[in-house]
Design a protein around this ligand. Structure first.
Ligand code: ZN
Length: 438
């Protein structure tokens, strides 16, 4: 059939196993068959030879902020000596200047770069307090223009007053309803909340009410810096996770980003609620907030994913950095399995709470597949695959990116019909006008 693809000679990571010399037959956006040479007889319009490459599921970034794009190279901001100053001096200055147009462009750049790095699905968290209404539709357009998948939300917060919090709630409700009605597998929605320290009881209660009514999970920053816990104790006489539980924010569709500063008791509450925790090691290091105890959280059975918090769209870079930080925090034997599983298993588990059948190379699943150049210098098997991934494959280039059976990049050339030079010109103009207003 037209648009059917056969990948041959594939060394492929499939359901936690490394399979050698496989054929992968893709039709109607799905992985229809995975078999030994000669086992697939269907006629196809396209054959991809995967010799000299490794075939992996497209990566998932479980915590992202597209809106941060215009912070790149920013210079006219005050230096910060702690996390709250980073918010006040950088993020809460920049996000107030974002317009509808800026929201679109700031999503487009990381999305295009993601195709190059093999990241095919994002779970994003948006903030643009003076362009709240319609912001998620602008991002949706960028996602659809690039052919990737994203689960979007708007961060509700009282930091700019009651009205803005209400607008944020409305933007979430409208977008969630629209995404639920469309029922396609490219755009999904969560109810976004900034972090407990910028949300009043009244707003939290309202958000919780609508989130439940829509049968929707929440996406919130949780105990990213110690100051979040100090604030919660001071103002509410309880821990951060306890406050989220009190307002029914926890649950099996909820994502708690960071959890750097949580107690064992809070871990138990998270586990009990089946909420997912998303670890963002590079961001935590950059903001100097600490290193999350991913080993303890994993041992407790918490579903732990990996995100980048907009530091990069390169999930293999995040994976490596995450491992180095665990070694630095503990010793050189710690964190290897936890961080590898967060990317290669748990991110798919988290994403499949919202999307249908993505993130695994398996018959019946969506054909989100990447090919990375790789000639191993040592034996490569299921048992040592993560070692190759972290120390070798992460240093290679992505050659081909396929989403839902559509080739978005082949031989390292984008095939999405976007003129990057023109786009960059427009974006530079736009960012200059935003920086001037800071
Ligand atoms: Zn974040």
């Amino acid at each position: 059939m037209k648009n059917d693809i056969l990948i041959k000679n594939a060394l492929v990571w499939s359901e936690g196993r490394l399979l050698k010399d496989r054929l992968i037959f893709i039709s109607e956006g799905k992985i229809k068959k995975i078999g030994a040479p000669g086992s697939i007889k269907e006629k196809v319009s396209k054959i991809i030879d995967a010799a000299g490459k490794i075939v992996l599921p497209g990566f998932i970034n479980s915590h992202m902020h597209f809106y941060s794009t215009f912070a790149r190279g920013i210079y006219n901001i005050k230096p910060s000596t702690n996390f709250n100053q980073v918010l006040e001096n950088l993020w809460w200055k920049l996000d107030k200047k974002l317009t509808d147009e800026a929201n679109y462009y700031s999503a487009l750049f990381p999305l295009i770069n993601a195709i190059r790095k093999g990241t095919t699905t994002f779970i994003d968290h948006q903030a643009s307090p003076f362009a709240i209404r319609g912001s998620l539709s602008k991002i949706e357009k960028a996602v659809r223009d690039t052919g990737l998948r994203a689960c979007l939300c708007y961060e509700v917060s009282d930091r700019d007053g009651y009205e803005k919090a209400q607008e944020g709630i409305e933007e979430n409700i409208d977008f969630i309803e629209r995404a639920q009605n469309k029922k396609d597998n490219f755009i999904k929605a969560l109810f976004g909340l900034h972090a407990q320290f910028t949300i009043s009881d009244k707003t939290l209660e309202k958000a919780s009410h609508y989130g439940k009514e829509l049968n929707c999970g929440f996406h919130i920053h949780c105990a990213e810096a110690k100051s979040d816990q100090i604030n919660c104790q001071k103002n509410h006489k309880m821990s951060v996770v306890k406050r989220l539980k009190k307002f029914n924010i926890l649950g099996n569709k909820t994502i708690l980003a960071h959890c750097v500063h949580i107690s064992e008791k809070e871990m138990d509450l998270i586990k009990e609620s089946q909420s997912a925790v998303v670890h963002n090691p590079q961001s935590n290091a950059n903001n100097s907030v600490g290193i999350a105890d991913i080993v303890k959280m994993s041992n407790k059975g918490i579903l732990l994913g990996l995100g980048t918090d907009a530091m990069t769209v390169n999930m293999l870079e995040e994976l490596r950095s995450g491992l180095w930080l665990q070694h630095l925090k503990n010793n050189p034997s710690m964190g290897f399995v936890e961080i590898s599983k967060a990317l290669m298993e748990n991110n798919a588990k988290i994403a499949n709470r919202y999307f249908e059948k993505i993130g695994i190379i398996k018959e019946g699943f969506c054909a989100d597949i990447i090919l990375i150049d790789y000639y191993p210098p040592t034996p490569i098997e299921t048992e040592n695959f993560y070692g190759h991934l972290i120390f070798g494959i992460s240093q290679s280039e992505v050659d081909t990116t396929i989403v839902n059976g559509k080739i978005l990049m082949e031989n390292k050339k984008l095939k999405i019909g976007i003129d990057e030079r023109e786009l960059s010109k427009e974006s530079i103009k736009l960012s200059r006008s935003i920086w001037k207003k800071l």
